[in-house]
Design a protein around this ligand. Structure first.
Ligand code: ADQ
Length: 753
């Protein structure tokens, strides 16, 4: 404000100075013009009347000379005239001639004597101040036949000149003031119009109108680059410390004011089962990547996990509102169980989710099956879970984490009921390309349901792009590729990659024995010699995991490298999964068949090349195998991420062991120090197994150290933390827009983090 006042004062002073200089210039110029004019007029008048004066003057005819002079001075601007003789005396003077300017005084003013006035060759002119006016004197000598007669003094009134000059000064000043006003006004108007134009364009830009974007491209580009740099620097600063449960809690506290989180996932983190023989209730940790990742996050954040109650003792362990505090013994959050009928489970879970969507999203050569009856159950169950979530939330703007392909419709249902909710949906499996997605009869509903979310997360950028292409192909929605978002009816869903991971450090290692001890125990349990080599595979028995291809690679290794026969054993932990589905039963049979064949071909009475442990193993047991192994082979044909690979790395605090990893896992994009293979290429895969078994300890250490550094840093707290930070940003933007919406100003677009 002070700056503006200063600017105005400087502007006015400059203007005044300019006006003054202008007036002076005009005044001087006009004065000089007037003087010249008077001089010419006087000389003209006297010289023109010269002969009329000369004769009577020489005769001494005063009367005639006076008449001639009176005629000359008839102009109102001439006060009078006097004829001064050669002796300096006044011969005659007109009636208005000023008394104080007799011939003697005029001669003095002209710088000569009285007689000298008549003898001058040139006329004399000068300005004289009288008592109450300024006059202009012109003394013009008159001669006849080269003999001087005298001089005529003509007195002009300069008052009118002064008056004209004054008028001129006023006019000039007024002209300057007018000029100043007009130019200032024009400048202000131009500035205002330009500002409005600029701000209109900027507002349009903020609203994301494409024309505006083109027009402001350089500005927008520069500003965005700057903002991105600031955000990146801030994030780098922020990420300088490790992500831990404490830090995740602080993030929730700091960014989301300690808001409770409600997660919804089909699989429950703790399943209660009744032991058939003893009747005692036991707690099972289901074999599920989703549970592995999400459970530590829920421990850190507290809140509620809504899940299908699938254990046969689940009902016996909940309270009257179907809730139970978990983890058992160290209660940190609430598990809310939802009950499904057998038909619902068959249609929604086994049917649409696992016979339809699972094969649709994985390129693993199993044909998806779509039944309208399954779709009906899927919608029904999605509504059921959404209702349970709505019962669990405590505000009208809760944070809801919707997990996986079982609940594609839940985000939209929650959004319809709670428009201010922050819904984060994470899709744990790959997303198909548009041609593949096109075969699903309900793809539009699925896409639309997911777009109810505020943030939609996938493991990789590739999946995000596939999703955006799907929306582009099948829905009426705007893709904002700059911000990774989809805008539909004014609602924006950010579509971002958040590569999932595991907790770090892993709690199952807290009580773990040293590697050498564990190795000796595991070897003993498998009946292996101490110099044996051990490979391990850990999976749910699912056709996408490439278990058959893995066993075939072991077979090829033994074919190609006889030295490993009798020495190399591959143990496969295979948790039975989705056994209600025919394709999974067939897989189970084929895996058993391959195992039997390889063991027949290369085994002996005391040597089994493949040990198939077809059972669920509790996490500490799984980690024992990871720690005992020389090589871990993850051979998925297609996998969103694959946490087994990361668990193996976490288990190896001795910095030994080699990971052989399928290039078709999301993990392969991060874990580049692993031996990356094509699991379909049995020659390549078996060669990688051989390379792993022969790898020098120093190389093992180098690779493992680097892999451990990566998983430690990019752990699951970071995964959740980044999603929550983005969610907090979305909430802030919505809050601001809520306020702006009330005030009628331009809304802010959701920005990238
Ligand atoms: P999943 O398909 O379940 O997960 P994955 O990521 O490999 O696959 O996780 C499997 C989990 O189950 C691991 O924690 C593993 O220890 C455990 N497990 C495997 N076999 C077991 C057994 N026999 N006994 C006991 N536990 C066993 C989905 C996607 C993945 C994605 C995760 C997380 O398919 O691509 O990585 O979600 O997003």
């Amino acid at each position: 404000m002070r700056r503006v006042v200063r600017l105005v004062i400087v502007w006015l002073c400059g203007l005044a100075l300019l006006a003054w200089l202008g007036t002076m210039l005009v005044e001087r110029t006009t004065h000089a013009w007037f003087e010249k004019d008077l001089r010419l007029r006087a000389e003209l008048a006297l010289r023109g009347s010269g002969h009329s004066l000369v004769e009577p003057w020489r005769r001494g005819d005063r009367e005639t000379v006076r008449e001639v002079l009176e005629a000359i001075t008839r102009d109102e601007r001439v006060l009078g005239a006097a004829a001064c003789g050669r002796d300096g005396a006044t011969f005659v003077q007109t009636s208005g001639y000023p008394a104080e300017l007799d011939c003697g005084a005029a001669a003095t003013l002209a710088g000569t004597t009285s007689s000298g006035l008549a003898n001058r060759v040139e006329a004399w002119h000068g300005q004289v101040q009288l008592a109450n006016t300024v006059v202009y004197l012109a003394a013009v000598p008159l001669a006849a036949a080269d003999a001087s007669i005298g001089a005529v003094v003509l007195v002009h009134d300069l008052g009118f000149v002064m008056r004209r000059e004054q008028q001129g000064r006023r006019f000039t000043m007024a002209a300057f003031v007018l000029f100043a006003i007009v130019t200032s006004g024009a400048t202000l108007l131009t500035a205002r119009l330009s500002w409005r134009d600029w701000s209109d364009a900027l507002h349009a830009q903020l609203r994301g109108e494409p024309r505006a974007r083109r027009r402001f491209l350089p500005l927008s580009h520069d500003v965005r680059a700057l903002i991105e740099r600031i955000v990146a620097e801030r994030d780098a600063e922020h990420d300088a410390t490790a992500w831990t449960p404490q830090r995740l809690r602080q993030t929730l506290q700091h960014h989301l004011r300690g808001e409770r989180v409600v997660a919804v996932a089909n699989r429950e983190p703790y399943m209660h089962r009744r032991d058939a023989s003893t009747g005692a209730i036991e707690v099972i940790h289901p074999a599920s990547g989703l549970v592995t990742a999400l459970e530590p996050v829920m421990r850190a954040c507290s809140g509620t996990w809504v899940a299908h109650g699938s254990g046969d003792a689940d009902r016996a362990t909940v309270d009257t509102r179907d809730r139970v505090r978990v983890p058992p013994g160290e209660e940190a959050y609430t598990l809310r169980r939802v009950w499904l009928s057998r038909e619902q489970e068959a249609g929604y879970y086994y049917g649409l989710a696992n016979e339809g969507l699972w094969p649709l999203c994985h390129v693993a050569h199993t044909r998806p099956t779509f039944r309208s009856e399954d779709w009906r159950h899927y919608r029904e169950v999605n509504q059921r879970f959404a209702d349970a979530v709505l019962e669990e939330v405590e505000s009208d703007d809760p944070i809801v984490l919707v997990q996986d392909y079982h609940f594609a419709l839940v985000p939209r249902i929650i959004r319809a009921r709670l428009p201010r909710a922050t819904v984060i949906m994470f899709w744990h499996i790959p997303w198909p390309n548009s041609q593949r997605l096109g075969i699903c009869p309900w793809r539009d509903h699925l896409l639309d349901g997911m777009l109810g979310a505020s943030i939609l997360g996938f493991h990789t950028r590739f999946d995000c792009n596939n999703f955006l292409d799907g929306v582009d192909t099948f829905l009426e929605a705007r893709i904002d590729r700059e911000r990774d978002g989809v805008v539909q009816q004014g609602h924006t869903t950010l579509v971002r990659p958040y590569p999932i991971s595991i907790e770090w450090p892993v709690r199952w290692l807290d009580a773990a024995a040293p590697v050498a001890t564990v190795r000796a125990e595991v070897f003993a349990s498998l009946g292996l010699r101490s110099d044996a080599l051990l490979g391990v595979g850990v999976d749910r028995l699912d056709y996408t995991k490439g278990v058959e291809e893995r066993l075939l690679a072991v077979e090829r290794l033994l074919e190609r490298c006889p030295k490993y026969r009798g020495r190399f054993t591959f143990v496969q932990l295979a948790a039975p999964s989705r056994t209600e589905i025919e394709r999974y039963r067939a897989l189970n049979d084929s895996v058993e068949a391959v195992t039997a064949r390889v063991n027949r071909r290369f085994g002996s009475a005391d040597y089994r090349p493949i040990v198939l442990l077809r059972a669920h193993h509790e996490p500490p047991a799984v980690f024992r195998f990871y720690r005992a192994a020389d090589v871990c082979y993850v051979s998925s044909l297609h996998d969103g991420m694959n946490l087994v690979a990361k668990e193996f790395i976490a288990a190896r605090d001795d910095e030994r062991g080699v990971l052989v990893l399928s290039r078709f896992t999301g993990a392969a994009r991060e874990l580049t120090e692993a031996l990356i293979v094509n699991p379909y290429d049995l020659d390549e895969a078996s060669a990688a197994l051989a390379a792993a078994l022969e790898m020098a300890p120093t190389e093992q250490r180098e690779r493992m150290r680097s892999l451990r550094g990566l998983v430690a840093e990019f752990n699951v707290y970071r995964w959740a933390g980044h999603m929550l930070i983005d969610a907090a940003r979305v909430r802030r933007t919505h809050r601001v827009n809520g306020r702006i919406g009330d005030s009628g100003l331009v809304r802010l677009p959701l920005d990238r983090g």
